[in-house]
Design a protein around this ligand. Structure first.
Ligand code: ADP
Length: 459
């Protein structure tokens, strides 16, 4: 009985730490909006608001065969897209897993690996009855979805500003990654031409719009988190010198995961967030992302559990070494904990005994699930703050809009979308219901192909 009371006390403490009030959210939105504006105004800001050189929305009638390669935080995907117009397309894709070593290995090797996978994919899908019909002498346009912040001054070029999401390959930051990719391509005789370098968020924006004309914003909630939207060129003062017609629109890759980096004055960070930051390979950076994305949420919960083990609150008398390993608690486990439908929380029993060789009491399981909820809910509500800052900046609230969203956290974490929607209502009141998120299926790959098609038309 005594333990139970202690756990309830602890839970109240965590509720206070992880709960965001509507008022606090509105304050975050207001500083977030200012940050977005500063990023458009001045070069080299913390939230860099990167001009993508993707001009305007797709018509929905882009057609043809395109390849896309998508270097995500966890997987490498190669896609063949057959765009059919009218917002319709067919996609064939293969996934290749990236090892932790590859993420730290020399940069050129990473791009060589991308091209090796591309080659395998083409070989597997072309030939007699393959879906890919190669025409001798003709090159297939390829969109390269590269989901790390790059400085671009045209669509098929991009200097990596810095690695995020745990990547650290040397000899890549500060270099033109499109050129490194071409270098890798040149080592093989492939009927492929790199025509566009695209961020996954920008790809998702364009792909969502292709199928849903009310789309105005896109977000990714996966290993990392980010957003993109369409901006008026005249409202991007920092590129005025390029002399681009101000009446055009250009997609902006916000790289909003960096919001509140270094200064740490806007976001409510707990001591667990600070531990994660300080033990990460990039301390100080990606402050917003570290509170939200899949790479970190499980770890936040693990740190809380470890603290309570040390304090003698959880798993008394058991050997907890398996839980004491950094990153041992994947965010997917939070999803499982939150989705347990049984009163006895049988899924959580199984999960702790299977992965960590630990027995749990019902009180412990209820407590653990409550912690998962707090951390998951805070992530979704902070995401709502980010979306709201773009909505407010662009004045979309009255008319409303769709937000194309993708990433495992959005797609698989139970209630993540609903919590974002609740957050939007907390920020905007009833009008918050005008903003609706939608899953953008295969967004980054499809978007890359559509942008490759738009680029072809523009040339
Ligand atoms: P990426 O962002 O690398 O392209 P994903 O969108 O699949 O790929 O995101 C991977 C991240 O999502 C990982 O950090 C992983 O921990 C997390 N994740 C994977 N499955 C789930 C799940 N079922 N629920 C919540 N998070 C998940």
């Amino acid at each position: 009985h005594a333990t139970k009371r202690t756990m309830a006390d602890h839970l109240r403490r965590f509720e206070t730490l992880f709960t965001l009030t509507p008022q606090r959210m509105r304050i975050i939105v207001s500083s977030f909006k200012e940050t977005l504006e500063t990023g458009l105004d001045k070069p080299d800001q913390t939230v860099p608001m990167i001009p993508t050189f993707v001009f305007g929305w797709p018509s929905g009638n882009e057609k043809g065969e395109f390849l896309a390669i998508d270097l995500g935080g966890t997987n490498l995907r190669v896609c063949l897209l057959n765009l059919q117009g009218n917002g319709k397309f067919e996609i064939t894709q293969s996934k290749y897993r990236l090892s932790e070593e590859q993420k730290q290995d020399d940069g050129q090797k990473l791009f060589d690996f991308c091209v090796d996978c591309l080659k395998l994919f083409i070989e597997a899908n072309s030939g007699e009855d393959g879906i890919l019909q190669l025409v001798p002498g003709q090159k297939i346009p390829l969109g390269f979805t590269f989901s790390y912040p790059c400085k671009q001054d045209k669509i098929d070029h991009g200097i990596l500003i810095r690695w995020t999401k745990g990547f650290g390959s040397p000899n890549t930051e500060g270099k033109n990654v499109a050129e490194m990719f071409r270098e890798a391509l040149s080592k093989h005789d492939l009927p492929v031409e790199l025509t566009a370098l695209i961020n996954d968020t920008t790809g998702t924006l364009i792909a969502s719009r292709y199928v849903n004309p009310t789309t105005k914003i896109a977000c990714i909630f996966g290993t990392g988190c980010n957003a993109a939207y369409m901006e008026h060129v005249k409202d991007i003062p920092k590129i005025k010198h390029l002399g681009i017609d101000g009446d055009q629109d250009m997609a902006i890759n916000c790289e909003w995961g960096a919001f509140d980096s270094f200064e740490h004055e806007h976001l409510p960070r707990t001591k667990y967030d600070i531990i994660i930051d300080e033990s990460s390979n990039k301390p100080g950076e990606q402050a917003f992302e570290k509170l939200i994305s899949g790479r970190y949420l499980g770890e936040i919960v693990r740190l809380i559990i470890c603290e309570l083990i040390d304090e003698g609150v959880l798993f008394l008398g058991q050997n907890t070494y398996k839980l004491e390993v950094p990153n041992a608690f994947d965010t997917a486990l939070l999803s499982l904990m939150e989705s347990d439908p049984t009163d006895e929380l049988l899924m959580i029993i199984g999960l702790f005994s299977h992965f960590f060789a630990l027995e749990t009491t019902l009180a412990e399981r209820q407590f653990l699930r409550a912690i998962a909820r707090l951390v998951g809910r805070r992530a979704a509500r902070l995401s709502a703050c980010g979306i709201a800052s773009i909505v407010e900046k662009m004045g979309y609230i009255e008319e409303g809009c769709s937000v194309g969203a993708d990433g495992s956290l959005y797609n698989k974490y139970p209630g993540f979308a609903e919590r974002i929607h609740e957050g939007l209502v907390d920020i905007f009141g009833e009008r918050g219901r005008n903003i609706v998120t939608h899953h953008a299926e295969d967004g980054s790959g499809v978007g890359s192909a559509i942008i490759a098609a738009m680029t072809k038309e523009r040339k």
